[in-house]
Design a binder for this molecule. Structure first.
Ligand SMILES: O=C(O)[C@@H](CO)OP(=O)(O)O
Length: 215
């Protein structure tokens, strides 16, 4: 059975400052680098064979550390990028006006086509994340891939596999360098297709980052 591991990148400067990243970027903090080394140890023990990463800087850096430990190549996959948060990217979460806050609420409260001006809808995010995940089905038998992506992007993927709306991602706490696992199973009795084995495991980290709302 194909097992796919999902990892959110290590903590970044803007995560720590509560600034919105989306498809903009900031470097890993020292803590983020340490988290990436810790997730790399776990990846090595798991026998990861392929690293597939979003092409943004924070996921590439996390992927490099993991790939070094596992001795495998990195494939860059732009469809694993974070939700495009349009005009709100680079802003402090606490600095939003009431109107800007209402754009953000549309997304997280589930207006199907809601988007931040110049940004992407959750439906679009969900479609590209599922398309990127589907590429794992073409890997050789016995492969154990690890996808390195982002908080909302991975949350959306896990939520929709569970049959929940994409915006249910806000109900999942996927901290920096947490590991989730999804399996592809064929079963006449249980659900066939992707199933969620674990979500948001941080037991390999000695100091998990706080999530955005806890900082
Ligand atoms: O873009 C961001 O600010 C956050 C949102 O959850 O995502 P990530 O840090 O995982 O890229």
């Amino acid at each position: 059975m194909l097992q796919v591991y999902l990892v959110r990148h290590g903590e970044t400067q803007w995560n720590a400052e509560r600034r919105i990243q989306g498809q903009s970027d900031s470097p890993l903090t020292d803590k983020g680098e340490t988290q990436a080394w810790q997730v790399a140890e776990r990846a090595k023990a798991l026998g990861i064979t392929h690293i597939i990463a979003s092409d943004l800087g924070r996921t590439r850096r996390t992927a490099e550390i993991i790939a070094d430990a596992c001795g495998c190549e990195i494939t860059l996959e732009p469809r694993l990028r974070e939700l495009d948060m349009g005009v709100l990217e680079r802003r402090h979460i606490d600095s939003l006006t009431e109107e800007e806050e209402s754009w953000r609420r549309q997304l997280v409260n589930g207006t199907a086509d809601g988007r931040i001006p110049d940004g992407e809808s959750m439906q679009e995010l969900s479609e590209r994340m599922h398309a990127a995940l589907a590429t794992c089905l073409d890997l050789p038998e016995g492969s154990r891939p690890m996808l390195i992506s982002h908080g909302m992007a991975l949350g959306c993927l896990v939520s929709t596999i569970l049959g929940l709306p994409a915006y249910a991602e806000r109900r999942l706490r996927l901290r920096n360098c947490s590991i989730s696992r999804i399996d592809y199973q064929h079963s006449p009795w249980l659900a066939s297709g992707w199933v969620v084995e674990t979500a948001g495991d941080v037991s390999h980290l000695d100091a998990p980052a706080l999530d955005e709302l806890q900082r």
